[in-house]
Design a protein around this ligand. Sequence first.
Ligand SMILES: [Fe+2]
Ligand SMILES: [Fe+2]
Length: 178
Amino acid sequence: MSTTIFESLKEEHDRILSFCGYVRNTCANCVENHNIPIAEFRSMVQFIRDYADGHHHGKEEKILFKEMIDRLGGIAVNLVQHGMLVEHDWARLLVTDLEKALDEYEKTGSTMSMLDIIANAVGYCNLLERHIEKENTVVYPYAEKNLDPDVVQKMTELAEKMNREDFFMERYSYTAKE
Ligand SMILES: [Fe+2]
Ligand SMILES: [Fe+2]
């Protein structure tokens, strides 16, 4: 049997969680060495924009969450519109603030901008780790239980068309341990 949209989204979650482990390790090194590897952080911002947000959140928003809102109503609308989508927006805000802090650090090298870099990067990881836990244990199982199998099949086909895992895995490889 081929992989369903839920399984492929959960595989993407695993990659994002490994990335978060990598971000935490990098931030811990920054505290120890009192130095920010700017290019490395810029590349992490790029990964978040390309993969975690553009690719993964894009699939959730355009395919899964759309079907949940259109077909399930009530609890699903609450879970998605007042929960998951709000958290996707928080994540975007944290990345924007991370980028501003990187710009500031490049200009001034100040300790305050270093603090903002670490706070926003670790804040992003905290948010995404909790968000993923909710999706894996509540949101996806609810959708899987309540959406018709033919809708799941249609979503799986659409998600496969959007799949660019090879492209991303060639470009980025983050593991939790350094
Ligand atoms: Fe999400
Ligand atoms: Fe997700």
